[in-house]
Design a protein around this ligand. Sequence first.
Ligand code: AMP
Ligand code: ZN
Length: 115
Amino acid sequence: MDDCIFCKIIKKEIPSEIVYEDEQVIAFKDIHPVAPVHVLIIPKKHISAVTEIKEDDEAVIGKIYSVINTIAEKMGIKENGFRVIVNCGKDGGQEVKHLHFHLIGGKELGTKIVH
Ligand code: AMP
Ligand code: ZN
């Protein structure tokens, strides 16, 4: 999508700190990290939200979780653990309309999901 900021990151039209890339998936550091490790993992295909995931997308969504594992190991947070968050829609607080998985860790995040 032309006006999508994450599609622009995929096309390297705007800079980002890429930590992983393959044919289907790219991952880069969040510009406003909430923890020592905060990486966004996204499909290269423009899927606007969880609600737009179709059957054809199941493989790439599964792959994203194995990429998360790879990145967690690379960033040194696999052993202590981490949190994966996907915001969806207005009530979910989704700001960027390109499906993304937040990988957050590097400190104790507590047990509360919503404060
Ligand atoms: P969400 O609220 O789930 O849509 O999260 C969007 C995330 O994208 C936020 O954590 C932002 O800090 C992050 N973000 C927005 N623009 C950029 C960018 N250009 N590079 C890296 N992260 C970004
Ligand atoms: Zn996009």
